[in-house]
Write a protein that binds this ligand. Sequence first.
Ligand code: NAP
Ligand code: MG
Length: 534
Amino acid sequence: MKTTATASRQRTSVRSSRSQRTQGQAYGGNGHEKEHNGHPSVSPGLAAWLAKPKHNLIAGKWVSAANGKTFDVLNPADGSVIAHVPDSQSEDINRAVTAARKAFESGPWRQLTPSERGKIIWRIGDLILKNAEELAELESVDNGKPRAVAKVADVPLAADLFHYMAGWATKIEGNTIPISVPYAPGARFHAFTTREPVGVVGQIIPWNFPLLMVAWKLGPALATGNCVVLKPAEQTPLSALRFGELLLEAGVPEGVVNIVTGFGETAGAALAAHDGVDKIAFTGSTEVGKIIVRAAAGNLKKVSLELGGKSPNILFKDVPDLNAAIDGAASAIFFNHGQCCCAGSRLLVEKDIFDDVVSGVAERAKKIKLGPGLDAGTEMGPLVSEEQLNRVTRYMNQGKQDGACFVTGGSRQGDQGYFVQPTVITDTDPSMSIVREEIFGPVVVAQPFTKPEEMLPAANNSEYGLAAAVWTKDIAKAHRIAAELRAGTVWINCYNIFDAALPFGGYKQSGWGREMGHEVLNQYTQTKAVVIGL
Ligand code: NAP
Ligand code: MG
């Protein structure tokens, strides 16, 4: 490393405990490909990449933080240090914003034709696929998720997003508008609109899908011709940095995308408040979303937010196939270890099949094989951090104190890494925090209902409104319920179906605006009306 200073972490007890837990050194590429704690370690290629010093990407160059400090990145499967990344502060954000502004105003980016821009974005998608193995492995050691899952979900979805957005670069169109102008009788005008990039965009992303969130954010920003400063999550900065290398390889001009690692309270806050930033796009907790909105007020930058959820998953007794619905309910909450903003964390089940569904989901929960993400047999990895482990176990302990029934799970698994047992809870009431608040772990609360009239208010009884699902054979009922659910996505007889073409985002406190689809392009462009007197 150029700099060895480690970030001082006096701000939170979590961070100080994190530095105390630090065991061993970052991967040195010298023997780390051997088994580690009886589990397969990273491949030699990734070990070599991890061993290289990590820097911010600013103006097309890899640079240390201005203060020279770094912080540790941990493998959540065992708490070992796998890399050190810049602990960036407001000075680094300043430099990145300046680079983005310069690239936006006077760099070659603006001069590219839409077709040339589209081709670069397409190449980014190709490069993701070309490096799929390495990216999946990196995502696994950084976030904890099984490598096999990252390989079939996160990585191809990220590539597909860029391929989808590449096509939009040539289709950002305005309108020709016939105007009447009643106070200018007889005068004639030619009026039209254009859609222009917003300018410099700050993007702050979370740790649950580190690479995919980079794609969701950068794809539309680049398709519409913006320049970006991106801050990845402190827990999972590595795939964004590797991705920066791929951006340069794809031919993205210098300064168009700047990647700055650091903590939310310092680097993130500086970006959200920066007067040189025209728009901030944030994904994360509702709590921090509100901080972002307040920080954006200084220069009234545009804001888009993709926040939390407590999504209802509703099973009627006339499900098309009970086994498939139980599989769906289990995967709705256990996919990505429950660390999904749209996780089906509230299971609402018609009374007649309640016992079967609860025992079915619990049986599936018990069979899930927990282990390090790099183990071939692992179905569920650790939570991302000790902070999340503590948060999830705190919720479960509160649920126990409140008198809920834990059908299965309810505790941490083992004492190494941040593993939590897949958990199914019944006998709750709507006032309990486990029913109301986003736990962001593999923990589902199941509640029975008898009539749709009583189920719907319960389903909508949340400050969140990100997603919901309905399982029934009755297509008319499915449509009626879908129309009544206050959620940005409703799945019918399926769950967790995403596509680059499908808009995703929240009602209520789950967010502002939409990710993906053509709707997201509106958030990265502004409309200019041009009127020509004839
Ligand atoms: P978070 O604090 O909302 O983090 C999201 C991003 O915001 C991270 O990059 C974070 O930086 C940054 N950030 C934090 N404070 C900031 C500030 N004051 N100004 C600007 N940026 C800031 O989420 P978390 O603490 O990682 O997780 C807490 C809970 O949030 C989870 O348990 C879950 O309920 C929810 N969550 C939701 C999503 C989602 O997809 N909607 C994703 C992750 C978490 P740091 O990395 O340094 O914190
Ligand atoms: Mg946080």
